[in-house]
Structure formats: structure tokens, C-alpha cells
Design a protein around this ligand. Structure first.
Ligand code: UDP
Length: 254
């Protein structure tokens, strides 16, 4: 498929980027080379005419669950708010990265932070998308004890996205951890039920339940392969497509 000139298959997508996609392999924090590489891929997908809403994680900086231990001195709820603030840091970096490659963007936060980001207001977010702006949705849901996967599912639904694109560092959903088990098999398509029955870890269970109930398809794909975001918005057969369709789950060797 000529992804350079053809119209995208999906008109509006929710792209979930984990915090680790902003850092150098094996490191924490922000790597601007990684941020810029991601920005270029997103810019190509937007240039094809796809409306893009981004939900970004914060795991490269901090996850609330790190502080579950009661002796950590930080209450777990506080730590979750710290995790949400980490996503705002990533959002600011990605906004500059996207603007440096010529994209029109808006950073929106689920926690009010008027000096750095617009408040997330659903109708305003939709308007930005209609005007061709890439929206970066930071601070997750604004509530503790969940992750940005749940925020991604929620925003995909309320913004009427056609699909939730979950960018990961592996090729899709495998029967086992492909980084540990060389015999793990990659699924091409999966029904939500299979995902749950086999307890395959893709996103947190709240996010999966929301997508399943509201028939929001999820494509899990590898963001580290240059051009994959553009391929995903064009509906190319990459990664693993999870949906309510009974497809007779196909498998292929990685
Ligand atoms: N978080 C939260 N509520 C939300 C989204 C995120 O409390 O709606 C916190 C949670 O502690 C989470 C952290 O922010 O661990 C960073 O997000 P996440 O772990 O989803 O980042 P990722 O793994 O995608 O990098």
C-alpha cells in the first residue's frame, strides 16, 4: 500500500504512548532523540489526513505503584498524582518535538495547570481535532489508582475515535513474553474474550473491559519500527488487532 499518498483507513485515532517510548533503551527520563523520532512518525500520520489524539504515560519518570509499600513515606494516592504530573512533563517535551517538525498541537491536562496546558474539555478537544490539531492528553484521567491505559480507553470512547492504537516495544500480543521465551507466538487477531481467558497482558483490565463493552478495537503494534504509526493509521496488517469480531484467532511465528 502506498501510505505516502492514499487516505488513511482511520479518520480519527487515539494513540497511546507509554513513558518508555520517550527514553533511551534501558534508561529512565527523557531522551530528546527518542521524542523527536516519535514526533516525526506522528507528523507523517497526521500529514496523511488522520486526526490524532495522544494519551501519554509517565512510567519513564514515575509510576504510583512504586510507592505501594506503606513504609515508603509517600501515600499511594499521592504517588499516583506524582505519576500523573510525570505525564505532563512528557507532554511538554512531545509538544515541542511535534512543533519542531511543523505540527499544530494543543497540550490538554486532566488536572488543571493553567500556566502550561489547557484544561481537558471534551468538546474543546473534539474541536481541536476537527481543525487538524494534534492533541496531547496529559495527566491521565485526573484520578489516582488507574493508569494511562484506562485514560486512553476513556478518551478513545468519548472522542469517538475509530480505533485505539497501543504503541509498544514489541510486535504485538504474544502467547508469552517474547523477550524471555523465544518460542512465544505472535497473534495477528484476537477476540477480547480470548485475551481475557488466556490472561494475556496488553493493557490494564479496566481499559480492556471498557473497550470490549463499547466495541472499541485496539491495535497493539511496535513503535520502534520506523513508519509503523503511519502503517497503523492506514490499516496495514501490522501488530495484533483486538476486537469483538470472531476471526478465528490467527497466529504467526514472529
Ligand atoms: N496515573 C493515575 N491516574 C491516571 C493515569 C495515571 O494515577 O488516570 C498515575 C499512575 O500512578 C501511573 C502513572 O500515573 O502509574 C504513570 O502512568 P502509567 O503508569 O500509565 O505510564 P506508562 O506505563 O504508560 O508509561
Amino acid at each position: 500500500m502506498d501510505t505516502g499518498t492514499s487516505a488513511p483507513r482511520y479518520k480519527r485515532v487515539l494513540l497511546k504512548l507509554s513513558g518508555e517510548s520517550f527514553s533511551r533503551a534501558g534508561e529512565r527520563g527523557l531522551g530528546m532523540d527518542e521524542v523527536l523520532q516519535m514526533a516525526r512518525q506522528i507528523q507523517q500520520a497526521a500529514a496523511a489526513g488522520c486526526q490524532i489524539a495522544l494519551v501519554i504515560g509517565g512510567g519513564n519518570i514515575l509510576r504510583g505503584s512504586q510507592f505501594k509499600n506503606v513504609h515508603s513515606g509517600i501515600q499511594e494516592a499521592t504517588a499516583h498524582y506524582m505519576g500523573m504530573l510525570a505525564t505532563v512533563i512528557n507532554g511538554l517535551a512531545l509538544q515541542d518535538g511535534l512543533e519542531s517538525v511543523g505540527c499544530d498541537t494543543r497540550l490538554m491536562s486532566a488536572i488543571r495547570m493553567d500556566g502550561v496546558a489547557e484544561p481537558y474539555i471534551r468538546r474543546r478537544a473534539r474541536r481541536h481535532l476537527e481543525k487538524g490539531r494534534i492533541i496531547i492528553l496529559a495527566a491521565g484521567t485526573g484520578s489516582p489508582y488507574v493508569t494511562t491505559d484506562t485514560a486512553a480507553a476513556q478518551r478513545a470512547l468519548e472522542l469517538d475515535c475509530d480505533i485505539l492504537l497501543k504503541a509498544t516495544r514489541v510486535d504485538g500480543v504474544f502467547s508469552d513474553d517474547p523477550e524471555k521465551n523465544p518460542h512465544a507466538v505472535l497473534y495477528r487477531e484476537l477476540h477480547y474474550n480470548t485475551l481475557r481467558e488466556q490472561n494475556l497482558r496488553v493493557m490494564d483490565s479496566t481499559a480492556i473491559a471498557q473497550c470490549m463493552e463499547h466495541r472499541m478495537p485496539i491495535l497493539v503494534f511496535n513503535y520502534r519500527k520506523e513508519g509503523n504509526i503511519q502503517r497503523a493509521v492506514h490499516g496495514e496488517r501490522i501488530g495484533t488487532l483486538i476486537s469483538n469480531q470472531t476471526v478465528g484467532d490467527k497466529e504467526r511465528k514472529p
